[in-house]
Design a protein around this ligand. Structure first.
Ligand code: ATP
Length: 350
């Protein structure tokens, strides 16, 4: 069986007035894959999405959709000729059309029967069949966003592009809707890219995440790998929580730190013995009353089932420690801890 590649970016740079905001991006998506472009505000993720949709030219490189080149330097196929669908933050449903007609709007070229079947299928998928006759003003924000999604999915685009579609919603709702939307897209076999600055949203929806910042794509990988095997310090910093502590790489698999000797496989990017920084996630530090190693609690952050304690070591170095919330210690207490890092994320120390 041959796998199709709905999207391929080859060395793409995008920018404005001759100045690139994002350079040398390589990535590809297989049929049915859902990806996310994740990065801080202003890093260029929307610009890249707009270049894929055809609203911005590329400065360099090329973009192919289903093996057809749609953009290269000096060439840009108009958006309506690229089989892409787009869902925006301000989903702008047609106010004078009900749910059913909003979804069917993009199916003007389909036969009546096709239009009815596809609209019924999408109403089932988004779970709004019972209110198909309602108008947008009679829907909640989440329901409106589902309708906008169904409208974009209706013509079966080769790739669906979602630009911060949940950002007007509160945090809990965003993650839940991102899960639901991911499930709906998978059920429909859709290939999609979500642009977001919210990593929880990206985790909830995407199989692959591209972390963008400082004008480039730093890592393209599965959420687990971004968290546990960050390609560089930018990704380590941006994804999840953690601190960097200084260490001395004394053998290729051993680092001496204030918390003791840490053993494990160090990435091949670290070539020479010497000064390094080790990323410690809150779950790498275990609360252990029997440990001789103690650190002072200087702050605590209640997260429901767990606390994240900020601890200060003797050297004044701060670290984070994840502890079940029934271990309710006071700020100022000394907590027994030990280090249990399963994956080592080590970077050269400047
Ligand atoms: N039409 C434009 N003309 C000139 N500069 C632009 C234009 N659109 C965006 N920019 C600049 O390009 C950079 C990237 O913008 P972009 O909207 O792609 O970032 P983003 O990562 O999507 O940010 P956000 O999450 O805040 O939406 C920013 O510095 C922005 O000011």
């Amino acid at each position: 069986m041959t796998t199709t590649t709905p999207l391929k970016l080859n060395n793409v740079s995008v920018g404005y007035q001759g100045t690139p905001v994002l350079e040398n991006v390589d990535l590809s998506l297989k049929q049915g894959e859902i990806a996310s472009l994740l990065g801080p505000s202003g890093c260029g993720k929307s610009s890249l999405l707009r270049a894929i949709a055809g609203f911005e030219p590329v400065m360099q490189g090329s973009i192919s959709i289903n093996h057809h080149q749609v953009a290269a330097k000096g060439f840009s196929l108009p958006p309506e000729q690229r089989k892409t669908g787009m869902v925006f933050q301000d989903f702008a449903l047609f106010p004078h059309l009900n749910v059913r007609d909003n979804i069917g709007f993009g199916l003007s070229k389909a036969s009546r029967k096709e239009k009815k079947n596809r609209t019924d299928q999408l109403l089932d998928l988004i779970g709004l069949k019972s209110i198909q006759s309602n108008y947008p003003h009679q829907l909640s924000g989440g329901q409106q966003q589902r309708v906008a999604l169904a409208r974009a999915m209706a013509p079966r685009p080769d790739i669906l592009l979602l630009d911060e579609p949940f950002s007007s919603m509160d945090t809990d709702m965003r993650t839940q809707l991102a899960h639901e939307v991911g499930d709906m897209l998978r059920q429909d076999g859709m290939t999609a890219i979500l642009v977001t600055h919210d990593q929880h949203e990206a985790y909830a929806m995407a199989d692959h995440i591209g972390v963008i910042g400082e004008g480039r794509l730093h890592q393209w990988g599965k959420p687990y790998d971004l968290y546990h095997r960050p390609a560089d310090r930018f990704v380590a910093d941006f994804i999840g929580e953690g601190v960097f502590i200084p260490g001395e790489l004394i053998r290729t698999d051993q680092i001496q730190t204030e918390l003791g000797m840490v053993k494990g496989k160090v990435s091949s990017a670290i070539k020479s013995i010497g000064r390094v920084e080790l990323l410690l996630r809150p779950d790498d530090i275990i609360h252990d009353d029997n440990s001789k190693l103690k650190a002072e609690i200087i702050a605590k952050d209640f997260r429901g089932p767990v606390y994240i304690y900020t601890l200060r070591l003797q050297s004044q170095q701060k670290i984070l420690c994840l502890v079940q919330s029934h271990h309710d210690h006071k700020v100022g207490e000394n907590l027994g801890i030990r280090l249990d890092a399963e994956h080592l994320a080590v970077f050269p120390r400047m």
